[in-house]
Design a protein around this ligand. Structure first.
Ligand code: C2E
Ligand code: MG
Ligand code: MG
Ligand code: MG
Length: 278
């Protein structure tokens, strides 16, 4: 970009870019502090069976309770956490906090609700990721079967062989594995067949256009049918309307999440536990 603007324009002295670098360094510093200062919180978004509308599991979504800027969503800081390496300790913190939540419910005698945890690119490159997950499971006493790792399709495709190995190790621990944002990563059927996963999450972009776009309906129907042939559970992301819900139900989609059914909140169980005890 700098080249296009002329020989004397070096990217580093571009005031806009410089601002970005300053901002990034500031955010990095703040992220470090936030980790030690316990400023991160987990919100949970319920995932329901479409047919029965029963709660099946919850996705864990990180939020940053920033002392000055308020509640920040992952779009504001996950990339910086990735590029600074802070995603590694942050990722372990999220996994441990999810395990703690699972154990809390068990100890309170409440019905167990599996939690899904997002795992990002640099975490997958960590040598001892599986060993650390195993250690956290042991330390917290959380049953592995109640935790599911969500890994985006595009990430798996970056290094298919490495991903398969890692996912196999995770499943040996008893963890479940989901492919997140499916439909955006261009995996082939042959590759999908090889993947050691339990769940396929249809990307929100397909769900969004279900009522508008005939092609998206066909693709979504095909994804669901194919996933079922491979013995995978299908979750649709980002269901916002009754129409989308109905179409997905008719296509045989197993589960769904989205603003129509429930937004991510600190404690979705407050309502749900009352509903089940009725
Ligand atoms: P994702 O894993 O695909 O998560 C789903 C995102 O869609 C969440 O955004 C959720 O709030 C949003 N969503 C759910 N239902 C609807 C809906 O009906 N309409 C719309 N428009 N959006 C909906 P969020 O919480 O901002 O998270 C964004 C991304 O950040 C996640 O995408 C995930 O990739 C990443 N992320 C979140 N938490 C973590 C984490 O703990 N670790 C890592 N590595 N990444 C995380
Ligand atoms: Mg996810
Ligand atoms: Mg997703
Ligand atoms: Mg998505």
């Amino acid at each position: 970009e700098a080249k296009k603007q002329g020989k004397n324009c070096y990217g580093f002295f571009d005031p806009v870019l410089q601002h970005d670098i300053n901002n990034m360094m500031q955010v990095e510093e703040e992220l470090r502090l936030a980790l030690s200062d316990r400023q991160f919180v987990l919100h949970l978004q319920p995932i329901f069976c479409l047919q029965s509308r029963a709660l099946k599991k919850c996705e864990v979504l990180i939020r940053w309770q920033h002392p000055e800027r308020g509640l920040l969503f992952p779009g504001h800081f996950i990339d910086i956490a990735e590029s600074t390496g802070l995603i590694i300790p942050l990722g372990y913190w999220v996994f441990r906090a999810a395990c703690d939540k699972v154990v809390e419910r068990i100890q309170a005698g409440l019905p167990a609700v599996p939690l899904t945890v997002n795992v990002s690119a640099n975490q997958l490159k960590e040598r001892d990721l599986v060993v650390q997950f195993e250690r956290i499971l042991q330390e917290t006493g959380a049953p592995a079967a109640l935790l599911e790792l969500e890994i985006t399709e595009s990430l798996i495709m970056e290094d298919m062989d490495q991903a398969v190995l890692l996912l196999e190790q995770c499943r040996k621990l008893g963890l479940k594995v989901a492919i997140d944002d499916f439909g955006t990563g261009y995996s082939s059927l042959a590759q999908l067949k090889k993947l050691p996963v339990d769940t396929l999450k249809v990307d929100r972009s397909f769900v969004q256009d279900l009522t508008l776009d005939h092609d998206d309906r066909q693709i979504t129907a095909a994804i669901i049918a194919m996933a079922h042939k491979l013995d995978l559970d299908v979750v649709a992301e980002g269901i916002e309307t009754e129409e989308q819900f109905e179409i997905l139900l008719n296509y045989g989609c197993d589960m769904g999440q989205g603003y129509l059914l429930g937004r991510p909140v600190p404690d979705p169980f407050v309502v749900l536990d009352q509903a089940t005890s009725r």
